[in-house]
Design a protein around this ligand. Structure first.
Ligand code: SF4
Ligand code: SF4
Ligand code: SF4
Length: 325
């Protein structure tokens, strides 16, 4: 990934009168962490980075605009937010546009063809207790990891985020400028889900009950999701109270099933929910099952374009109805 190309596009974006700020990444101050960051001037672009450590999606910030920093005085009237978008982010943006969650004319999208990112848990397990800021670059299928004056080489497959291993759309599907050459998509399939579906129902149910019994209902999964952007989530409602606040397996199951159905046909497989979960609950297993079902039943994948409506929000007379009792 050529960082200079990204910085050039970022500078051009910030030079536009209609762009108020750019959402990108900057170096973190601790270990393998990288911070989402806001850039308001061309001069600030020097601190913009993009590396295999940039795992966090920037797309959720688009629907948080009221809490984003105010632009400097000269940009108060500018209407657009610029951001870096990888393939999965671009799918989230498409889905938000299709749902009219954000207007297209408020966005300036710098597309980043994406080679995949590192799962921070995997790299921290490999290099525990690293506190000084580390840097990583990809070279010939390996990650070159610089920690202080030490350099380490690790195979890419060992550290790659699981969501990236099954990513079918690494290239942005919507953008104003593309910062880099397109990359070859991986050959991804649903073999993991097919073999999971073959397990007895009781075993699968017990698996999820065990998983959800560990959930602490911190809602990090919901808050990190670019497609969970309701002003008032049903989980926060007290009147009526759809899901009790008590943290027990039954209520946790209700939360996760509600969320899964809310995301069915809308989830773009970015993996943010699983990344954010402090309890390591394998939420992508559930999301990918729903994604596969929606694909099988309706030949639909969320976020491929900004016009298609999710099957759960539309009706056609020829829709399948064999599930209706
Ligand atoms: S899911 Fe795809 S687009 Fe997103 S970070 Fe991974 S490889 Fe890149
Ligand atoms: S449910 Fe998870 S994988 Fe799907 S869009 Fe939300 S954060 Fe991404
Ligand atoms: S992030 Fe994990 S622990 Fe927190 S609510 Fe979601 S599944 Fe539960």
């Amino acid at each position: 990934m050529n960082i200079q190309k990204i910085r050039d596009e970022a500078s051009r974006a910030l030079g536009r009168k209609d762009v108020k700020y750019l959402i990108g990444y900057q170096k973190g101050s601790y270990g393998f962490r990288v911070s989402p960051a806001f850039f308001q001037t061309k001069e600030e672009v020097e601190r913009l980075i993009f590396s295999p450590l940039c795992q966090v999606s920037l797309a959720p910030y688009l629907t948080l605009e009221e809490v984003l920093p105010l632009p400097g005085e000269e940009k108060q009237k500018a209407s657009k937010v610029a951001l870096l978008a990888r393939g999965c982010d671009s799918r989230a943006i498409n889905q938000l546009l299709a749902e009219k969650g954000i207007p297209r004319d408020r966005l300036y999208i710098i597309g980043i063809p994406c080679e995949g990112v590192i799962d921070r848990r995997k790299i921290e397990a490999r290099f525990p207790s690293v506190t000084e800021p580390a840097e990583v670059r990809e070279e010939n299928g390996k990650y070159i990891i610089a920690i202080g004056d030490q350099s380490h080489e690790i195979s890419k497959e060992e550290l790659l985020a699981d969501a990236c291993k099954v990513c079918r759309y690494p290239n942005p599907l919507i953008y104003d400028k593309l910062a880099g050459d397109k990359v070859a998509p991986r050959q991804a399939n649903y073999d993991d889900i097919t073999s999971w579906e073959e397990k007895p129902l009781e075993e699968r149910l017990q698996f999820w009950l065990d998983q959800f019994s560990r959930c602490i209902r911190c809602y990090a999964c919901r808050n990190a999701c670019p497609l969970c952007y309701s002003n008032v989530c049903i989980l926060d409602r007290l009147d009526p109270q759809w899901v009790k606040r008590s943290n027990d397996t039954s209520e946790n199951l209700m939360f996760h099933v509600s969320r899964a159905f809310h995301l069915a046909g809308r989830c773009v497989s970015c993996g943010e929910c699983e990344r954010a979960c402090p309890m390591d609950i394998p939420l992508m297993k559930l999301n990918r099952k729903l994604e596969k079902d929606v694909n099988d039943l309706f030949s639909y994948e969320a976020g491929k374009d900004a016009e298609s409506k999710s099957p759960m929000t539309t009706f056609h007379v020829e829709d399948r109805e064999d599930f209706i009792l």
